[in-house]
Ligand binder design. Sequence first.
Ligand code: SLL
Length: 276
Amino acid sequence: MSMSAQKRVRGVTVFRPIIYGNSCVLLTEEERVGTDHTHRWTVGVRSAASQPYPNQHPNQQIGGADDLSYMIKKVTFKLYETYKNPLRSVEQPPFEVTETGWGEFDIIIKVFFAPESNEKPLTFNHHLKLHPWPVDPILYSQPTSTGEAVLAEEGQPPPPPPVLSPVHSWQYEEVVFTEPTEAFYATLLEHKPTPLPRTNRHPKLLTHPLSAGGNIGEFSQEMEAEEGRRLDKAKEKTLEQIEELRKQLVEYEVELQGMKKEVDEIQREQAAAAAA
Ligand code: SLL
């Protein structure tokens, strides 16, 4: 019996973690001769789990443990218009583009899924990041296991200067396939994603921010748990604020009723005075 690319599997949802973004390194002195370009960057769409550290070029360090071609057919990257052939189409893994340049700009990334999935393409907008984020206390502080950021204390040594190279800027996403087609569901079941490592495996001295969020090294289960705790805290805080506002609203309502009564009273007195 052949599997249908039309018929969908009822009540089933499958998700796959992916990341998109870029890494970059500074060009060497020799590479900079005769060009105004300063960086070599790679923009891509990858699986969230990374290859075991080390061994890769810095532009390949983040993500990419799994070949995603079972679900992705093609990725297009729309580069700045001065680049030759700015709409780059990549139809084989790895789904990435490596270029050199001097400036940051927005790249539109469009992900096309396997034809049997019958899914519409997904579009992401990624700001190509070449320059490290400024080291301000918030970014310098790393979230701890309790999800609390630890700020540098006064009188402490200043934070280290930002590392100029490599720079990484990656965004974690979960692609959700709701009621996949029968054919695509079979493919998805055959390809389970590599689980994220429990913690960042990169050596402490080599850890680098993954994005502006303060996460370092590589995507890990610990990072996911911290994010969950941050969301729980935010939810709690929001509920507290709602409760506070509700109480205030009740107080104002009581005050308003009191004032209305007073106004009524005054009006009645005035009417009585006028009649007298
Ligand atoms: C900026 N609005 O001014 C941005 C534009 C464009 C970056 C950045 C080289 C392109 C090429 C390059 O890096 N362009 O050689 O075609 O910062």
